[in-house]
Design a protein around this ligand. Structure first.
Ligand code: SF4
Length: 350
């Protein structure tokens, strides 16, 4: 398989990822949601493994056509906070800038699956100008999160222009990129892309990775190229049934990331995107996993378990609480990493 090739729905049969019995199912899913995976990710899939965690993330399944009642077309309420095209302004001090809706892969659980991979793929020049004007006119915007789609699919020249324009806005202190490219399409992380990220302002890169097998030799090299350029790296992971809802899988992933100088930042509870019920765990199951991790790995390896409240009300931590107060005495009970309870004194008066 040529390594720079992107596979579409119609290619999955010819590379042996799905058999003829599933062609019709794949065709129907592809009419509804974008389908693509990189040759790197396709090569990681074991076609003989019926529940391969990499295949589950990228190869469409008929289960996506089953829409649960609670699922939404805009699960985290982006539209509600979109004052101009390409901008989501949900929190006062930061905005999301989405210059493209293209991705190198289309994750089957994507929270923006109704928009990614669709047309128009890029913000055109006037829309991009309006988006920058919006940021420029709001001195309260301290941080700009460049997302999408995946901003690292932009040509380095265009990416560099985004960085330069944000760098010139005096009140923007932090430029944060959210990307899956270093993991799923690591060959794109070449010197021109890294040079495009150079700025006076702080530039952070947040990688999306869900399974330790995604940290291939090529991905590790790409991540190392970014960290050697002095770019602080964080990661986000989506908790996915059948992919990583296992403490030892999450442990291996987070240890792998930290060893690559990537700080696990968020573990997302899967959003209520249409056709993704087969990926969602319960919150209680997620909390059990987080509790299990607490006993196994250092704080450096522990992201914050978060839920984006459906409807656009923002992200909140849903990490299990290790302390509870006795109602009568105010004394605290504290749970350690093994589940043992310990007493801690009540709060001082006043
Ligand atoms: S890379 Fe991110 S935005 Fe793109 S399909 Fe995957 S989850 Fe969605």
């Amino acid at each position: 398989m040529e390594r720079d090739r992107t596979l579409r729905a119609e290619d999955l049969g010819s590379v042996g990822l799905v058999g003829p019995a599933r062609f019709e199912e794949i065709r129907r899913v592809a009419q509804e949601f974008a389908v693509a995976l990189t040759a790197d990710m396709a090569a990681l899939i074991d076609p003989a493994h019926p529940a391969d965690p990499i295949a589950a993330q990228f190869v469409p399944s008929g289960a996506e056509l089953e829409i649960a009642r609670e699922e939404r077309t805009d699960p985290i309420g982006d539209e509600r906070w979109a004052p101009v095209p390409g901008i989501v302004h949900r929190y006062p001090d930061r905005v999301l800038l989405k210059p493209t809706v293209l991705c190198p892969v289309y994750c089957r659980f994507c929270f923006r699956r109704e928009v990614v991979g669709k047309q128009p793929a890029m913000l055109d020049r006037p829309a991009l100008d309006r988006a920058f004007d919006y940021i420029r006119q709001r001195p309260e915007v301290w941080e700009v999160i460049v997302s999408g789609g995946d901003p690292f699919v932009l040509a380095p020249r265009r990416l560099g222009e985004v960085v330069r324009r944000l760098d010139h806005i005096p009140h923007v202190a932090v430029i944060r990129f959210h990307t899956r490219v270093p993991v799923v399409d690591p060959r794109r992380v070449k010197p021109p892309l890294i040079q495009a990220l150079a700025a006076e302002k702080a530039v952070y890169v947040v990688l999306h990775a869900n399974h330790p097998r995604e940290l291939t030799t090529q991905a590790r090299e790409a991540i190392t190229r970014l960290s050697r350029a002095g770019i602080p790296l964080l990661s986000q992971t989506v908790l996915l049934r059948g992919v990583n809802d296992d403490a030892s899988v999450l442990e291996a992933l987070f240890r792998g990331l930290v060893a690559l100088r990537v700080k696990p930042y968020y573990l997302h509870h899967a959003d209520l995107a249409r056709g993704t019920a087969h990926f969602r765990t319960g919150i209680r199951a997620g909390q059990r996993l987080v509790r299990a991790l607490r006993g196994r790995v250092s704080g450096l390896c522990q992201p914050t378990y978060v839920l984006d409240i459906p409807g656009g009300y923002g992200k909140v931590p849903i990490t299990p609480c290790a302390v509870s107060a006795e109602a009568e005495t105010g004394k605290w009970n504290v749970e350690d990493g093994t589940g043992m309870q310990h007493a801690y004194p009540a709060d001082p008066e006043g």
